[in-house]
Design a protein around this ligand. Sequence first.
Ligand code: HEM
Length: 140
Amino acid sequence: MLTDKQIELVQSSFGLVVPKAQPVSIMFYDRLFELRPDFRAMFPEDMEQQRGKLITTLATVVQGLHQIEDIIEAVRALGRRHVGYKVADDDYAPVGDALLWTLEQGLGAAWTPEVKEAWTTAYTILSDQMIAAAQELRAA
Ligand code: HEM
């Protein structure tokens, strides 16, 4: 559960990295494939579109945090599509680590303990929903 204050921290800090979304998204996938080289083969060779989709989706989710119920179905559908991409439940943790690390690099001094906690909670909520929807699909 995110407090209003945490939602504002996630939104304002995301706003700071949006102007450098392109290099930051390159950094994210570089970090992810450094942490998990085995993930590289799951993605297309040309990552440009993928980077764009990730940023657009993150922006939608971040903007929607105050009205989470309006976006939760879209998040769950995203989780179900990831079953088709052969993404396992345990794969969400390294992706979260890469995301937090990238935000830390992108934000520098603006990456405060409060911002870190807010993003950690936001990613947990997002990934829990995606994982739960994936589990329901696999069980169906
Ligand atoms: C909060 C977590 C995540 C978000 C917001 C996210 C976002 C996205 C988006 C927007 C797409 C584009 C396709 C679509 O909309 O269905 C996508 C595709 C994909 N994602 Fe994720 N993702 C997340 C977690 C993960 C994890 C944990 C993995 C594990 C390695 C992963 C691997 C992939 C792969 C392999 C594709 C398909 C690439 C392709 O073949 O084009 N994602 N993701």
